[in-house]
Design a protein around this ligand. Structure first.
Ligand SMILES: NC(=O)c1ccc[n+]([C@@H]2O[C@H](COP(=O)([O-])OP(=O)(O)OC[C@H]3O[C@@H](n4cnc5c(N)ncnc54)[C@H](OP(=O)(O)O)[C@@H]3O)[C@@H](O)[C@H]2O)c1
Length: 109
């Protein structure tokens, strides 16, 4: 995280909770401007962070398994430039299993 400079801009995919939320909070704490995504229209802990982020957090919506949503996000953000893209969205089967150990279907999931 030391490479995220103060006043840098970050696009963070998958930040409603867990590590993504924690990365968003850390980036905001370090002075970055963050666009972070959720999937659901429901209020999340990320929305609580936005309430205290002094205008430096924008919340976007995307499910990276839905190509039309990825395309729509690109259209919304395509004119913007980010210093860091962090794709956090994903699932963990087990701490010892790597992407090389799973089937293509499971990798895509
Ligand atoms: N926790 C660990 O110890 C650990 C270790 C190694 C690697 N990782 C990796 O780190 C990442 C986050 O882990 P975590 O423990 O924070 O997981 P988590 O608590 O399950 O959170 C996953 C986050 O990704 C979002 N997400 C999941 N699928 C998505 C999709 N298709 N499109 C957009 N957003 C999606 C979730 O959104 P919703 O709220 O909508 O579900 C949530 O915000 C994962 O990629 C995981 O494999 C975690």
């Amino acid at each position: 995280m030391s490479s995220v400079s103060t006043n840098g801009s970050v696009l963070l995919i998958g930040a409603s909770r867990g590590l993504g939320y924690a990365i968003a909070a850390e980036c905001i704490d370090r002075g970055s401007r963050v666009v972070a995504t959720v999937r659901s229209p429901a209020r999340t802990t990320l929305h609580e962070l936005k309430d205290t982020a002094g205008g430096r957090l924008e919340i976007e919506h995307v499910d990276i398994n839905a190509p039309e949503q990825v395309r729509a996000l690109r259209e919304r953000l395509g004119a913007r430039r980010f210093d860091l893209l962090f794709v956090n969205a994903g699932v963990t089967n087990g701490p010892s299993e790597t992407s090389a150990d799973v089937t293509t279907e499971e990798f895509n999931h």
